[in-house]
Design a protein around this ligand. Structure first.
Ligand SMILES: CC(C)(COP(=O)(O)OP(=O)(O)OC[C@H]1O[C@@H](n2cnc3c(N)ncnc32)[C@H](O)[C@@H]1OP(=O)(O)O)[C@@H](O)C(=O)NCCC(=O)NCCS
Length: 144
């Protein structure tokens, strides 16, 4: 099974949303996950959005970003019927390689407390839980 990693191209928005929906990732269609926001984000050099494909079928994706200090691996998803085949690992490795090319040496991800499966998967990919940090945000509006 050959896993191909490809870049998000303009017009791929519905493909991305379909993966999130089928993979069970909630999203904010009126806020940062609107078509307009995603298409704007992908043009920013600090962001890289990747897909995994198998025989031309889109089976997973990841949104990578960095702030100049740390790299963030966001919204990894793999279609349920393709899970446990190394696809997330390949997506995350590709994300890390892109971050290294940008000079970034710390890779991080935020995962909800309840998502034990993803926490375990990231641990197996070399990520170490960091205790003692609380995540605080301030939002311009609740949909964002
Ligand atoms: C988390 C997720 C992306 C993993 O995708 P995947 O393609 O099945 O993962 P891989 O096959 O590449 O596995 C990578 C490693 O994680 C482990 N792993 C994968 N799923 C796991 C699970 N449910 N429980 C424990 N470990 C798991 C694998 O065993 C593998 O480690 P190994 O090589 O040492 O055996 C997938 O389950 C998913 O899409 N979940 C729903 C979306 C989600 O919650 N995303 C996280 C947002 S941060």
């Amino acid at each position: 099974m050959k896993i191909q990693i490809t870049n998000y191209k303009s017009g791929d928005y519905h493909t991305l949303i379909k993966l999130w929906e089928e993979g069970g990732l909630p999203y904010k269609p009126l806020g940062r996950d609107s078509r307009e926001s995603i298409e704007k984000e992908v043009k920013n050099n600090c962001n890289k959005f990747l897909f995994a494909q198998i025989e031309g079928q889109y089976v997973g994706s990841v949104l990578v970003t960095h702030d100049g200090r740390k790299g963030w691996i966001n919204r990894v998803v793999v279609l349920p019927e393709y899970q446990h085949k190394g696809i997330a690992r390949k997506l995350v490795e590709s994300a890390e390689n892109w971050l290294k090319q940008q000079g970034i040496r710390i890779f991080a991800c935020l995962i909800e407390d309840y998502n034990d499966e993803s926490i375990d998967a990231f641990k197996k990919m070399g990520y170490i839980p960091f205790e003692g940090i609380r995540y605080l945000t301030k939002r311009v509006n609740p949909d964002i």
